[in-house]
Ligand binder design. Structure first.
Ligand code: ATP
Ligand code: MG
Length: 253
């Protein structure tokens, strides 16, 4: 049985990585472990927000593996891949972090990608919960070779541009060969109780996440932001995780 997968998407800077790290901590706090955290953004920052060192990435491994594939005297590639991948998986208390790193370069990595696809499927089976932080836009989910997610969290700031981007992303999702069971729109950094008009954004549920000035300050200092200091934020993240894990309610779809 593959793990329950929560994937983040949304406009650049909307808060995907911040919310991913908080959800990961909340899963660990509520003993829903082990969690597999996947940083699928080439400009990887999930390790930073979680306060975890990332020694190497799948991108580095692709290069090493590509070179090894040319060497016929090497030991079986599957075994090499297993060894190297386990080096890349950063083990923390309650969760493991896998950092994808830079996407494919000019060389062809089809062979390596096939191994990787198999490995990700296998890995997913070892964890009851998987959280994927993605780069802005939707392309990476297909590139990641994931074809079904339980919950897609669309993060958007409460502005006209934020809403327009969320609407576009939600439409793109419908055109991808991607199965999404539960689609949540998270209006992040909201400074008022008033929610923008979300009626043209297809989502099963909508949640408002307040602007947290303490979090903004910690982020400005380059400190981890996964530990929720403010009570309001803690309540909201609890609510957000509940939404992510429950069956869809069809708010605006
Ligand atoms: N609820 C919030 N209150 C205050 N600041 C927030 C909130 N959510 C996110 N931020 C801040 O917004 C900035 C962008 O957040 P984050 O890096 O998580 O966005 P992102 O969507 O992952 O960006 P990118 O697309 O560049 O990966 C950070 O400085 C973060 O601390
Ligand atoms: Mg990010």
């Amino acid at each position: 049985m593959p793990g329950k997968m929560i994937a983040m998407t949304g406009k650049g800077g909307s808060g995907k990585t911040t919310l991913a790290s908080m959800l990961i901590r909340q899963l660990v706090r509520t003993k829903r472990t082990p969690v597999l955290a996947i940083d699928a953004d080439p400009n990887a920052t999930l390790g930073l927000t979680l306060g975890v060192d990332v020694p190497s990435t799948i991108g580095d491994l692709r290069d090493r593996m590509g070179e090894a594939a040319l060497d016929v005297t090497e030991i079986p590639k599957e075994r090499l891949m297993d060894q190297w991948l386990s080096d890349i998986l950063t083990e923390e208390v309650g969760f493991d972090l896998l950092t994808m790193g830079h996407p494919e370069g000019p060389k062809c990595y089809c062979y390596v990608n096939n191994l990787l696809r198999r490995y990700l499927q296998m890995l997913r089976g070892n964890y009851p919960y998987v959280v994927v932080d993605c780069e802005a836009g939707m392309e990476h989910l297909s590139r990641l070779t994931i074809d079904d997610v339980d919950t897609l969290l669309i993060v958007a700031e409460p502005t006209g541009v934020g809403m327009a981007t969320a609407a576009r992303i939600s439409k793109i999702v419908d055109t991808l060969p991607l199965k999404v069971n539960n689609r949540i729109l998270a209006i992040n950094k909201s400074a008022t109780d008033e929610l923008p008009d979300t009626s043209n954004i297809a989502a099963d549920s909508v949640i408002r996440i307040p602007f947290d000035s303490d979090l903004a300050q910690r982020s400005a200092r380059g400190e981890p932001v996964d530990d929720i200091a403010g009570c309001e934020m803690r309540e909201t993240i609890t609510e957000l995780l509940d939404l992510c894990l429950r069956a869809p309610q069809n708010a605006n779809s």
